[in-house]
Design a binder for this molecule. Sequence first.
Ligand SMILES: Nc1ncnc2c1ncn2[C@@H]1O[C@H](COP(=O)(O)OP(=O)(O)OP(=O)(O)O)[C@@H](O)[C@H]1O
Length: 843
Amino acid sequence: MMAINDSASEQKLVGKIQAIFFENQENFYKVIQVKVSNSSFKWDEDQIVVTGNFAEVNEGEEYQFSGKLVEHPRYGQQFQANNYQSQLPTTRTGIINYLAGENFPGIGQRTAEKIVAQLGDQAIEKILADENVLKQLNLKPKQQQSLLENLRSDNGMQQVVIELNHFGFGNQLTATIYNHFREKTLDVLHQDPYRLALEINGIGFKRADQIAEQMELAADDPKRLQAALYQSVFDSCYTSGNIYTDAETVLEQAMSLLLNSRRVSLSDQQVAEQLVALASSGRIVVEDHRIYLRYYYEAEWKIAENLKNLLTKKVDLSAEQLEALPKLVDQIASQLQISYGVEQAKAIGQALQNRLFLLTGGPGTGKTTIINGIVASFAALHDLSLDPNEYSDEDFPILLAAPTGRAAKKMKETTGLPAATIHRLLGLNGSDAPESGEQDLTLSGQLLIVDEMSMVDTELFNKLLAAVPPSMQLVLVGDQDQLPSVGPGRVFADLLACSQLPQIRLNKIYRQQKTSSIISLAHAIKQGKLPDTTFKNQPDRSFIACQANQIQVAVQQIITHAQKKQLPLSDIQILAPMYRGSAGIDHLNQVLQQLLNPPSSSSKEVIFNQQHFRIGDKVLHLVNSPEFNVFNGDLGRITGIILAKEKDNEDHQDKLVLDFDGNQVTYLRKDWLKIKLAYCISIHKAQGSEFKLVILPLVRQYRRMLNRNLLYTAVTRAKSLLVLLGEPVAYQEAVAHLAVNRQTSLQQRIGELIKPIGKVKKQTELTLETKVVAEEKGALKPSSAKKDVTELDAPKDGNFRLTAELIVDGQIDPLIGMNGITPTDFQQVINCQDQTRMDIENS
Ligand SMILES: Nc1ncnc2c1ncn2[C@@H]1O[C@H](COP(=O)(O)OP(=O)(O)OP(=O)(O)O)[C@@H](O)[C@H]1O
């Protein structure tokens, strides 16, 4: 039995489990009833209720618990256990009976007696500590196996839970760690605790390093240095949205992680050596000056390869069908009572004739109208019914999808056809890590249209494309001038930058100008201009000049005014770029909650992460939770609060009941991290949503965040009314700054695999095996850095490998990967990190 962290203040309890009252299926938390046989504290009753984190405990078995007696406000005295262990039989007869029992098939009474005769009263502990002791017993191999496996599984999970608790992991993480490593958990914990940081979401380098320090792992251990380096590559991508980073950034960040965690100095050389080792291990990939997480390196290649495969097969249309196309499009237009513009008609024609088609355009340029045209003409061309009821035995042949719930809902409303989120379409669970392996789903259908493509990140697009069969046609629609996806990559912009991919950019605005000055403002912003009318009131928009400290009062007044005009709260949305500061999202939410949903003695509230949640509050969902059918950016309302102490609340947990457009979901306390008050939300989170009235405060306080894409995205969220407020100079600064482009190589990968139309050459096989050799001190070998990827071979199994030999005179060059980097490049990194912070704040 492992040592238990005993402390003098801890109380002990020994007893048999009589009943398990409650067990949480998602973690190890249980409430059990124990028949007391012994206790270190005064206890006059026969039974006691014990709560805590337990692996599989069995009714009827005896356990020893350590912890403390607590007073539950509703249930009285209970024993709160921190640790527990099964009371292994201690007497000779007890051990013999235990081993001869049904837990150990193949071991009878005689064998059990023999084991105890030779190994003594400590037989079980001895076997668990060293399986070699079994050799002296002359047991059959099957008996040995039965003994070992069953003793270990009886004790294994229990020990894991105890030890993870001992290291301070709560219920949820304990369950996640155990489910990930299973019976190897303790080995991982003892031999390479950094794997926790590398493989488990929610555990960072610092936490793993604390465990490693307790295990006395040296501060310069290669595992430690590699873990910090990996974490730095990971952080650079996830915080900036870049697909790759560079050696200088990684080395600098890793060093700061290492020194912040333990005050032991390390040389640059030591850390740089481990960067090379990490690349050799395949967990990161180094190509030229770029450092990738392996997943993203492969994802970009796979996207390019899947696009190439898709484009290889032509759409099978007969000469008659092709000839009839223009007429068909005209017919559809007259059904919709419009006449398509030249570009619009061309877009529909191209979507019908190509396996892959990209469509981008600003607000009001007719994207939705074109989607409707594509759907109707595709159905007419292929003689398909658009009535979902006629497909009871087969799948509907036209799939419509979007990255958020709200965008999918909008698609459903505008087309009158079923539409889903991409996650739902692919059956993805929100907690799937990018590395969660190959998915084998293949979509069924003939046409897939994805809207709001600017929000789709590299990981999701990779997964989506992997599920698209070569027989399907794919239409990707979006507005490339909006903010890029929250996750790494800028897929839509990269695809549009590839002229070899069939695409159309819509420029003409069709939404009537006289009813919308918002749209013309958006198009001017896109072109880097702020029209003279920006700060003058128009029928559908207005401007209120004020300073940062006046924003709160101004916003309160606008909302009060809008409410007097009978505009429901769900139609009003305040958008801001930043969470912090007097004009930041968090402060505005507090102020607005006070105005719109103040505390009252008759209504319940809970406090979580310094936020008060009350019935009626508007909330924003921050992550994708397909299990609830709620997605990142969805807005809902709190309709119920059930407190743990309430009479009929059987599982004694605090709960919030939320309503997302009719979808009622119950959130336990562990889920509350997923929501935030939403009277004011970030512009990032508003992507994919539209609101009747948008209120947009911009002040110089946000200067670091302000750029053209951000302002454009905010303004285009307003459907009918827009109130701008703040400092004119902040608007001017936003329009003047173009967002820094993310570092991605998708365009390059596509360029290597898909030749420009009309210039298709014989494809050279690709490989991703790059050999980088630094010839001169302080520099990578120029020829390797310039090596054309088409010279290399891509393994069919997708097992990309990289050999990085960054060796100079037998030494690792501390300047690895920095060759050719100019101060401007470095500045770009800094700018990206600024962008990054914004992404962190908004994610
Ligand atoms: N060819 C056309 N003739 C007449 N009206 C058109 C035409 N194309 C689009 N419209 C109208 O213009 C308006 C905007 O079109 P649509 O909603 O399709 O644009 P969108 O690009 O999807 O805009 P948003 O991104 O703002 O939703 C709609 O009222 C639509 O009916």
